[in-house]
Design a protein. Structure first.
Length: 369
């Protein structure tokens, strides 16, 4: 007799759900996971080795549980790039922005509480909510994938959630959320009942606009979440962080696991922060390539959503998964996020993007034949 997950006493809200993940297929061009395509520069690799070597001499001891040096450097990076001054007390770091979100939901969500996100958006928000016993509410988006403020306010007033997620630039659509929309949602959330508003800025370094970090001023229930996975080209590092009122930083420490950030992780992140100018130079190259993808896709006859991220959502297709398969047959892996009629492609190197564009041009010619 076979025995599977459905035979286990799994919590009801997890039954029938699928784990997060994208296909990892061995193909010549992989543009499906929004990774930075450029390997870390050799001087940074050497600096990482130096810092990790030093950390290795003390691995018999627990790491700095408060990651003071790392948080101080992250605060400096945020101040330098946003123009808004934050300090150690405003910043918290964890193993990827997903753990940051998990800690926030463990602190401010949980059984008997709810969170709302405006979908389609980053699916991990809902998955982490369910994993922490937080009820999940799917809020509305417009036909153009932007957040209609009036409709969003109405949803917040109706459901009175404990946590509100705003993703900007949004994944998978790439659309940015203007400050006035976030401010309107924050006001609506506080009017319904004091609620936390989490602005997920995983892709903000790729945006045409500025970070919403300055909005935390005078708004203790507003949190900005970031990651080193995208702009820093460090997806394998797993380092995320938040900026908020010091009280929020104090609160999430109630649920953090002891010594949750390893000494090796902290050492590697500190090395990367020493090379921000070089790494942000790669970001500028990727922004140029993203804009080229948008222009070329539109010139070929595809519909494209405006993108402020390192990826582009394109369509529209009667059967998006079938088109995904045909692109894969040509050696290029893109992402089928399940958004009806649309696919997503990550901006890669110029050569990778050329291979993708050649593939979709061939498809367009086949359709026209």
């Amino acid at each position: 007799m076979s025995f599977g997950i459905d035979d286990l006493p799994v919590r009801d809200e997890l039954r029938g759900k699928s784990p997060y993940g994208a296909p990892q297929l061995d193909v010549p061009v992989r543009l499906n996971t929004n990774e930075n395509p450029y390997p870390l520069p050799e001087p940074l690799v050497e600096r990482i080795a130096e810092r990790v070597r030093e950390a290795a001499r003390h691995l018999n001891r627990y790491p700095d549980r408060d990651a003071v040096e790392l948080r101080t450097r992250l605060a400096g990076y945020l101040t330098d790039t946003s123009g808004y001054e934050v300090g150690l007390a405003n910043v918290w770091a964890a193993n990827g922005s997903n753990e940051v979100i998990q800690q926030l939901l463990q602190t401010f969500g949980g059984p008997g509480r709810t969170a709302i996100g405006f979908e389609p958006s980053y699916s991990m928000h809902g998955l982490i909510a369910r994993g922490t016993g937080t009820g999940w509410i799917s809020g509305p988006r417009g036909e153009d994938f932007t957040i209609d403020l009036d409709a969003a306010r109405q949803a917040v007033a109706e459901h009175r959630p404990d946590v509100v997620f705003v993703t900007t630039p949004n994944n998978p659509t790439g659309t940015a959320v203007p400050p006035e929309t976030v401010l309107g949602l924050y006001e609506a959330a506080q009017a319904a009942k004091p609620s936390m508003v989490i602005v997920d800025e995983a892709y903000i370094e790729f945006s045409h606009g500025d970070s919403l970090l300055p909005l935390i001023e005078g708004r203790p229930n507003l949190v900005v979440s970031r990651t080193m996975s995208k702009a820093f080209g460090a997806a394998g590092l797993r380092l995320g962080y938040l900026a908020a009122h010091p009280a929020v930083v104090d609160a999430v420490q109630l649920v953090r696991l002891p010594y949750h950030l390893s000494a090796v992780t902290q050492a590697t992140a500190l090395a990367a922060l020493e090379h921000t100018d070089t790494l942000l130079g790669y970001v500028e190259q990727l922004k140029t390539e993203r804009d080229r993808l948008v222009a070329e896709l539109r010139a070929t006859g595809y519909e494209v959503t405006e993108s402020d991220a390192n990826f582009v959502q394109f369509g529209r297709f009667d059967d998006a998964h079938e088109v995904w398969r045909k692109i894969l047959d040509r050696g290029v892996l893109v992402r089928d996020n399940g958004v009806p009629g649309w696919l997503r492609v990550t901006a890669g190197t110029p050569a990778e993007n050329d291979a993708f564009l050649d593939a979709v041009r061939e498809l367009k010619k086949e359709q026209s034949a």
